[in-house]
Design a protein. Structure first.
Ligand SMILES: Cc1cc2nc3c(=O)[nH]c(=O)nc-3n(C[C@H](O)[C@H](O)[C@H](O)COP(=O)(O)O)c2cc1C
Length: 308
């Protein structure tokens, strides 16, 4: 019997649907047992998000400050040695893994579960996940886990439109917040087609009983690297690191002092999105002939281990 542990958290249910689509082929098999661990923050996050509340969690998300989670099923932790594979599904919050996920990855339970385990990460986000995955890679490394594959599904409406459509989904609770905005979120087709990853994992699990140490999802289009966003993510991460320290120093979550700082920060963030993102994309395009080799190397690096 092969055993797979699926760990996930989802606010709107989008990541649950992506994960369900991937694990459906595994669940149909008699010789594969799938256990699911759904993380729940002790203090749940609101959805839709009140405008300022959304930004109040920014410093803790960027600094990956652990937040309390509801106790998890101990039988899963006690069976840690039995799992052949862990599927870790997460969404991105402020270029970082969402707080429930980063909190869990820093817990004692994670230490027991992830040690020497093959891991497939599954990301469902607006479109900027490179920096978050670097952070997850570091956490997995410290847990002595072995990342064998990564799937990233991103919002369908394109990088530029999603800068508006996705936050509006978060603030209104509606995927199509206004008639003039495109629909936010990962497309239905992409969610349904994610089944192909489950089929490939199933095939590998049933092939033989050996340890999973190599990618299973190569050639399946598990990720798509938007090279225009590589530089924006680097600049964004840099400024997020500085701002998160500044805002934490101003006061705790929901304090008046942090709220005041956040209003300045939001203006800064909008300026960043409206200037740095298009400018770095344009500069990248202009100097593309000179940087072709470096960009190809960067794309290959970020596409690892599954490849585009
Ligand atoms: C607080 C917050 C910050 C977010 N920041 C990002 C981000 O930096 N990059 C990104 O691609 N998506 C970002 N998103 C979108 C999420 O990754 C995800 O697509 C959306 O929240 C739906 O996920 P769900 O399955 O939890 O409902 C953010 C969402 C929230 C709520």
């Amino acid at each position: 019997m092969r055993k797979v542990l699926v760990i996930h958290y989802s606010q709107t249910g989008q990541l649950t649907r992506i994960t369900d689509s991937i694990i459906a082929p595994l669940k149909q098999e008699n010789d594969i047992q799938v256990d699911c661990l759904t993380l729940e923050p002790e203090q749940s996050y609101p959805f839709p998000w009140p405008f300022l509340r959304f930004f109040h969690i920014f410093p803790e998300a960027v600094k990956m400050t652990p937040q309390a989670l509801k106790p998890i099923d101990k039988t899963i932790v006690n069976a840690a040695d039995e799992y052949d594979l862990i599927i870790l599904s997460y969404q991105v919050w402020f270029l970082s893994p969402s707080t429930p996920i980063s909190s869990f990855l820093q817990s004692d339970e994670a230490k027991a579960l992830f040690k020497n385990k093959a891991v497939v990460t599954v990301i469902g986000c607006r479109g900027m996940w490179l920096n978050a995955q670097e952070k997850v890679k570091k956490l997995l490394n410290s847990l002595k886990a072995n990342l064998v594959d990564n799937v990233a599904l991103t919002d369908d409406c394109g990088a530029a439109f999603s800068f508006l459509a996705t936050p509006m989904w978060m603030f209104t609770g509606r995927k199509k917040a206004y008639s003039w905005l495109p629909t936010a979120g990962v497309s239905e087709d992409d969610i349904v087609n994610a089944k192909r990853f489950g089929l490939a994992i199933k095939k590998r699990l049933q092939r033989d009983d050996s340890l999973i140490s190599q990618p299973m999802l190569k050639g399946l289009g598990a990720v798509k690297i938007n090279e225009k966003l590589i530089a924006s993510e680097r600049v964004g991460n840099h400024s997020f690191t500085i701002w998160s320290k500044l805002l934490t120093a101003l006061g705790p979550q929901n304090s008046v002092r942090r709220s005041c700082g956040l209003l300045v920060y939001v203006v800064f963030l909008l300026t960043l999105i409206l200037t740095v993102v298009p400018i770095t994309a344009l500069i990248k395009k202009l100097i593309a002939p000179l940087t072709k080799k470096r960009i190809r190397a960067q794309k290959e690096y970020f596409a690892e281990p599954s490849g585009e």
